[in-house]
Design a protein around this ligand. Sequence first.
Ligand code: GUN
Ligand code: ZN
Length: 447
Amino acid sequence: EHKTTVICANILDFVDDPAIAGEQAHRYFEQGALVIEQGKVVALGYEKDILASLADNNTNHDNVEIKRYDNRLIIPGMIDTHIHLPQTEIIGAYGEQLLTWLTEYAFPAEKKFSDQEYAVAISKIFLDELMRNGTTTALVFGTVHPESVEAFFTEAQARNLRMIAGKVMMNTNCPDDLSDTAESGYQESKALIEKWHNVDRLSYAVTPRFAPTSTVEQLNKCGQLLKEYPDTYLHTHLSENPGECSWVKQLFPEAKDYLDVYDRAGLVRKRAVFAHGIYLNERELCCLADKDAAISHCPTSNLFLGSGLFDLSACEKHNINVGIGTDVGGGTSFSMLQTCSEAYKVQQMKGNKLSAFKALYLATLGGARALDLEGTIGNFTTGCEADFIVLDYQATPLMDFRLKHANSLHDKLFALMMLGDDRCIEETFILGKSVHQRDKAPASSEV
Ligand code: GUN
Ligand code: ZN
């Protein structure tokens, strides 16, 4: 007989989008309990009800472990829908907007990933950082080198993580030593798909960098891969920066707009995730909705690179799937809490309000929906994988003080999101097993 773990704490998750379902979108159990068997959720409810039902069912108590987290909040592990593994080391690089930033900072860092040992070392740091920040699933850009994905998947697999990644495809307007060809990019991606896609909790994303660095021939090869492997992902950038957008217009005069460059190659579909999407016209918004594609909103990056302000309400009106992305290293934090805080400020600039409920929805179930993983991760529905985090509202003296002056659940969650970061992530669980404890001494890195 297998072991049952009961986690007792205040528990919050989402079953729908608060913009659609309002108060019905979230479930909150003050003194709740989450029951886990074999790495999956088997029940969620109030502690007293859960413990009573375990007693009624004559459960063998030798096989039940009860863990208590007083004054703590448990939510599903957060989902980062857009992040770059090789840019970890250049996070917070000074002074440039997108196109110059790419050539000055991103490309030189990415060149180092031809060395698989280096890629392994960075993958470890990167995954440690995700765990420290309570991010349990991410959609990850590698580099043009297959070694980057080989290293990342090997490390993610050893940790039992649900991760999605792909090697970058780019064959024009980029340094020669970071370039593949339409044919080699296709072959290398195909080999990685054959080796890694759907192995344990790993999935592959076909990853053209963005329209300016791929020829039409290469974009068509991406479309071919998606046809051959329909349950892989498509991961790229879209309409991030004004200079980028006018460049795309010049490079692809035959396309109706930026999204149409991808659409003509068959890349706009379910399981396609487009980072940014700041400068979208009505046609593009309708096309994203019709084809059930998703946008990853990356507010720390959009502000840091001076890219622009994302129109979340236009996506809501068009019913487009939206997730949150950190976009490290264009983004400035691995913390999804910090990223939600910046998302709030971006919406303030647009004259809109982003509630803590909506933000935490985007960071969990919204991300799962963007990745077509609802029912697998993103909430505590029975049968979901038990990736979850323990949040500490009182992680700093200021937060402790602020909490005393918060008098509703929303008030507490909003303060957590505005002031919180990795210091609030007390513990991270993967498939019901603890993999990160904040209060244990950190490992130091030698890279
Ligand atoms: N567009 C193309 N490549 C990149 C990248 O590495 N980061 C960001 N933020 N945008 C991009
Ligand atoms: Zn990016």
